[in-house]
Ligand binder design. Structure first.
Ligand SMILES: Nc1ncnc2c1ncn2[C@@H]1O[C@H](COP(=O)(O)OP(=O)(O)OP(=O)(O)O)[C@@H](O)[C@H]1O
Ligand SMILES: [Mg+2]
Length: 498
């Protein structure tokens, strides 16, 4: 790609960017939220047009106007947000949109056989007959990979493929990717996790505000080097957690059980307390009840036994909205789904749930001047990159939508906060800021439940750490008295010898 220029209203998303990828290479694309990574890749995949610049394939200029053009040239893309149809099988999803699927003679058995073959070659472990809605996130992603391979992709673009995966699933994915490069596939890999980028890539290209900062070999680079290239300053990779005197118990769960999405008991007699000024981290392999725990506290999932107390008040029977009034804030894991209304403007999303109350409304009217001022302030403080507060939320980059939700929830100055995967998908500068906000909030007396798959994050922020396994709390340990090794054992359901 040479001299690629792309503008959106109010934004120069790609400012004469040069990018190249070699056969059999993993090339990582790095940059802050809104730097233009997805945009550059959507241009390569024919989803966006570009105003200037050329794309060359094997030295020949090519014209890529639609994804069909891209696919014909052997380019595939796995999006930041999956694009599968839940109610169809894997085979049907793969067949969807193939030229033959428009004819009367679509042979699904042949498609299924080829899926098995690809699954075998790259050890993707995908069952062609499974219905997509029954699959875990990691499996869905492998279906997307199969879909691209089926269409003959020699160059595969992976836009933040690891953001939604557990550490174990990331390892599996990396094995698959290595097998693909050995076969001569070229891979473009986007991630905000610098250790992953250093682990998997051959070369790294850094973008900042639509501009190319440089392309470097991964060999010999450190996380700090990359962070500096991305952000343009030194980024603190360590957190400074000062001691805070802890107050009374603000969140109490007593013997709470609940059913999970599948109808099985997913929380089994969980008891815990979080005090004012305390962060309780929850570690554990995802799917061990963390999600249900968060939902029970938020009032989005009914308990089958036990009770929940906030600030001394029994809230077990309260609806989610009432809990918000009590001083509760929730950063949900599935933020794109549960956290924003995509069609609403940035400022509308910033006052969701609070819009009927002062200071945002006067009587039955909204106070637009106040809303605008409040929105401007949040956008500035949380560095949400947007042309303005009236911009539709759906045109923001993935990480900036995440920041918007965090801004709204933290601005409530909650007494009790549940933060699920709070830094998923945000860049390293924003991660630094969010961590600092969570620690500041702690100093003002918020009781925080932090659920994260990132063990480094849990260790950096928590006062105590609860480890969940099969719906139970295995143990709650003090941060100072534990280690990654001990937590690892507990996460696997094993009590370490002490
Ligand atoms: N469809 C669109 N309409 C308007 N503006 C857009 C659109 N897509 C992207 N932008 C803007 O272009 C810029 C680059 O966005 P892009 O999605 O490429 O960022 P990114 O580097 O992928 O960020 P992230 O790490 O958050 O995913 C952002 O300022 C974004 O708001
Ligand atoms: Mg993106």
């Amino acid at each position: 790609m040479r001299g690629i220029v792309k503008r959106f209203p109010g934004v120069l998303a790609c400012d004469a960017v040069d990018f190249d990828i070699r056969r059999g290479e993993v090339h990582a694309l790095l940059g802050e939220n809104g730097a233009g990574k997805s945009t550059l890749m959507k241009i390569l995949y024919g989803l966006y047009s570009h105003e200037e610049g050329t794309i060359l394939l094997n030295g020949e200029p090519v014209s890529i106007r639609t994804p069909t053009d891209a696919i014909e040239l052997g380019i595939g893309m796995i999006h930041q947000h999956f694009m599968l149809v839940d109610t169809l099988t894997v085979t049907e999803n793969v067949a969807l949109g193939l030229p033959s699927s428009r004819g009367p003679l679509l042979d699904l058995d042949r498609v299924a056989a080829r899926i098995r073959e690809l699954s075998e070659t790259y050890r993707l472990d995908v069952n062609p007959d499974a219905l997509v809605w029954t699959l875990a996130v990691g499996e869905r992603q492998r279906v997307e990979i199969i879909k691209a391979l089926y269409r003959g992709a020699a160059l595969l673009i992976l836009d933040e493929p690891t953001a939604v995966l557990t550490p174990q699933e990331v390892d599996d994915l990396f094995h698959i990717l290595r097998r693909m490069t050995q076969d001569g596939h070229s891979l473009i890999f986007i991630s905000h996790k610098l250790h992953e980028v250093l682990n998997i890539s051959d070369r790294i290209t850094v973008l900042r505000e639509g501009k190319l900062m440089g392309t470097v070999p991964a060999q010999g680079m450190s996380r700090a080097d990359l962070a500096r290239m991305m952000v343009g300053r030194d980024v603190l990779l360590e957190r400074n957690r000062s001691p805070v005197a802890q107050g009374s118990a603000r969140l109490v769960l007593e013997n709470v059980s609940a059913l999970g999405v599948t109808g099985h008991e997913s929380l089994r007699g969980v008891s815990l307390q979080i005090h004012a000024g305390e962060i309780l981290g929850v570690a554990g392999v995802s799917g061990n009840g963390q999600r249900e725990l968060a939902e029970v506290i938020a009032g989005l999932r009914a308990v089958t036994s036990g009770w929940v107390e906030m600030d001394g008040l029994d809230v077990t029977g309260q609806a989610a909205g009432e809990r918000t009034q009590t001083g509760f804030a929730y950063i949900p894991e599935e933020r794109m789904h549960d956290g924003v209304v995509r069609e609403f403007s940035v400022s509308e999303n910033l006052i969701l749930q609070d819009h009927t109350r002062p200071p945002y409304s006067k009587g039955i009217f909204l106070d637009f001047a106040h809303i605008a001022q409040h929105s401007q302030e949040l956008v500035r403080n949380f560095r949400v990159k947007t042309p303005g507060i009236e911009t539709p939320t759906k045109s923001l980059s993935g990480g900036n939508i995440q920041k918007l939700i965090l801004a709204r929830e933290l601005a409530r100055l909650p007494k009790v906060l549940v933060a699920a995967q709070p830094t998923r998908g945000v860049d390293i500068g924003a991660m630094e800021y969010i961590h600092q906000r969570l620690l500041d909030q702690r100093e003002t007396g918020t009781a925080t439940l932090l659920i994260s798959e990132d063990l480094d994050e849990v260790l950096a922020l928590s006062d105590r750490i609860a480890v969940m396994y099969e719906g139970r709390v295995m143990d709650i340990v003090k941060r100072e008295e534990t280690s990654a090794e001990e937590l690892g054992l507990l996460m696997a359901g094993v009590y370490p010898e002490r």
